[in-house]
Design a protein. Structure first.
Length: 339
């Protein structure tokens, strides 16, 4: 199996999300006795396309290739890999409606594109804002948002979940939503400008850890009573939550590759995941991590992550009816106060 990872092999300011996706895929691969090769594109979508073309030319093709629709790169990658005997799965960023009009859906015009697996980022954004607004104790939300690349579908989905919650919250107002490059420095700079522009802001949310921590630093510099939350839940952000800095993080995105490994293992064993939820699956497992549950979550994921057992989710190993149940509580054990 080959994973064309859009992120950096070594973190350079945008967080360790993609290294963790590979890490947990590796843990899942070992538990299923699967061989995993990871190629990093260093956030260069053109390099990622070249990597797909290289894999497609291999005389000894892998059984499976996992790709990401980062910066809308999935379409040319799928078209290149259509020449390979490898089966292809898209994860994390779904293929957009416009792309689907041009290349079709899974198992249609590109027959070896067998599935797409994404987290329900909209629900994740909704849960984050629900928790943060509860912390306001009745004060009307005055919100600044910092999300990622506008050409990245999951960036838009996280923002739409936040706005869906605020649309039903009494007196809520989003002052501004800005796009960032996923980095600490850019988010801090943008947050400083926005906090000066909207001095009565009481909530700031950001679409990944680095941006949330950057925004938090801007809030601290201003000395304003503003709650800051984000999505991702990497070590540094969880440490900030535990220390009372960040109010909350939505965690679990980095397991999406491991969930894909479960589905591909079952598919390889003759149990097609499409019969249990379809070829295109949006998984609702993202959970809010806050000061009340952060220690248990952090210990299970980061201190003892190599002990996580992904085989319990396999229908080939543990047959059960219905859709796959990729819940974090089932993976890491119950952590009190999860939303």
């Amino acid at each position: 199996m080959v994973f064309l990872n859009p992120g950096e092999a070594v973190e350079h300011g945008t967080g360790q999300h993609w290294q963790l996706v590979s890490q947990f895929m590796g843990i899942a691969a070992r538990s299923f006795d699967m061989q995993l090769e990871v190629l990093y594109a260093e956030r260069d979508h053109l390099l990622m396309q070249r990597q797909a073309e290289e894999v497609a030319r291999r005389a000894d093709a892998p059984d499976y290739v996992v790709i990401v629709n980062e910066k809308m790169a999935a379409q040319p990658m799928l078209m290149a890999l259509a020449r390979s005997s490898a089966k292809v799965m898209v994860i994390h960023n779904d293929v957009t409606a416009r792309q689907r009009r041009e290349i079709g859906d899974e198992r249609q015009r590109i027959p070896n594109w067998i599935g797409t697996v994404t987290a329900n980022a909209t629900r994740g954004g909704y849960r984050l804002m629900s928790y943060l607004c509860q912390r306001l104790a009745g004060a009307p939300p005055r919100v600044i948002g910092i999300t990622g690349d506008p050409n990245t579908p999951v960036s838009q989905e996280r923002a739409s979940g936040v706005e869906a919650y605020l649309a039903g919250a009494r007196g809520a107002r989003t002052y501004q939503l800005v796009f960032s490059d996923w980095s600490y420095a850019d988010s801090e700079q943008k947050a400083r400008v926005l906090l000066a522009r909207y001095p009565d802001t009481n909530l700031v949310w950001a679409a990944n850890d680095s941006m949330a921590l950057g925004a938090l630093n801007a809030v601290k510099a201003r000395g304003a009573p503003v709650l800051v939350g984000g999505m991702g839940a990497l070590r540094g952000a969880l440490r900030s939550v535990a220390e009372g800095g960040l109010a909350a993080m939505v965690g679990g995105d980095y397991f999406i590759g491991a969930w894909a490994m479960v589905l591909l293992y079952d598919y390889h064993r003759g149990m097609d995941f499409a019969a249990s939820g379809g070829a295109r699956q949006t998984l609702d497992f993202l959970s809010v991590v806050h000061q009340g549950n952060v220690d248990r979550f952090s210990q299970a994921v980061f201190d003892h992550g190599d002990r996580l057992d992904f085989t319990v989710f396999s229908k080939a190993l543990h047959p059960e009816p219905g859709r796959y149940d990729f819940s974090l509580a089932r993976l890491v054990g119950p952590f009190a106060g999860a939303v």
